[in-house]
Write a protein that binds this ligand. Structure first.
Ligand SMILES: Nc1ncnc2c1ncn2[C@@H]1O[C@H](COP(=O)(O)OP(=O)(O)O)[C@@H](O)[C@H]1O
Ligand SMILES: [Mg+2]
Length: 190
């Protein structure tokens, strides 16, 4: 799916989403700082060159000024360790804003047998999302044996599971594959 950088109207949604958010994980000041970062990058695209991308990630860290350590980043989001069993994903560009929104919608609209394969969402707001921190990575064996079955299961439930790369997957305590980046998933039917 192609994402077009057009977040017109989303600014107006800030208040609405803030209202729905539980706001139990971030301080008001942290949310304000994230909001002002998101307003800066809401029309930006993915930086194609790795050096530019890294520079942009450093700009995000500096501008956000959060007390948390970066645990990772992809092309669209920077991820911080909240040190309480959760991670905070903040958009780096318009694709990240869209991806965070896609993830919370997908998580909260999925039945439990699908939800158990999606990294649990705890909170979200405009351009950010809080998820459970996953520490276990799937082994090569898990990856080859369970992945195609899982993709099929998503498909049977009207979800096209895209971008199922190793970096986007984790393993639950009971050995099931959990997707930690499902921003690119497409709902093909209801
Ligand atoms: N729930 C999580 N628990 C632990 N690490 C995570 C989690 N989510 C993301 N990460 C780390 O952050 C990286 C980037 O996150 P991801 O959601 O894949 O961003 P992007 O959408 O930009 O690819 C991941 O590859 C992983 O290393
Ligand atoms: Mg990713």
């Amino acid at each position: 799916m192609e994402v077009i950088c057009d977040n017109q109207g989303e600014v107006n949604d800030i208040t609405k989403k803030q209202f729905y958010s539980l706001n139990t994980y971030l301080s008001e000041q942290e949310i304000t700082s994230i909001n002002s970062w998101i307003l800066k990058i809401k029309n930006e695209n993915v930086h194609k060159k790795i050096q530019q991308r890294n520079k942009h990630v450093n700009r995000a860290i500096k501008t956000l000024g959060l007390k948390y350590n970066k645990i990772g980043n992809g092309k669209t989001r920077i991820v911080f360790d909240l040190e309480n069993g959760y991670v905070l994903k903040v958009a780096l560009n318009c694709h990240g804003i869209w991806g965070n929104e896609n993830e919370y919608k997908l998580f909260f609209n999925s039945p439990s047998h699908i939800q158990k394969h999606l990294c649990p969402v705890k909170d979200f707001g405009y351009g950010w999302i809080i998820m459970k921190k996953m520490t276990q990575k799937p082994s090569k064996k898990d990856y080859s044996e369970k992945l195609s079955i899982l993709i099929k299961k998503f498909k049977e439930n009207g979800i096209e599971a895209k971008d199922m790369r190793k970096n986007n997957l984790a393993l639950s305590e009971n050995g099931e594959i959990i997707v930690i980046d499902y921003a690119m998933f497409d709902v093909t039917s209801d």
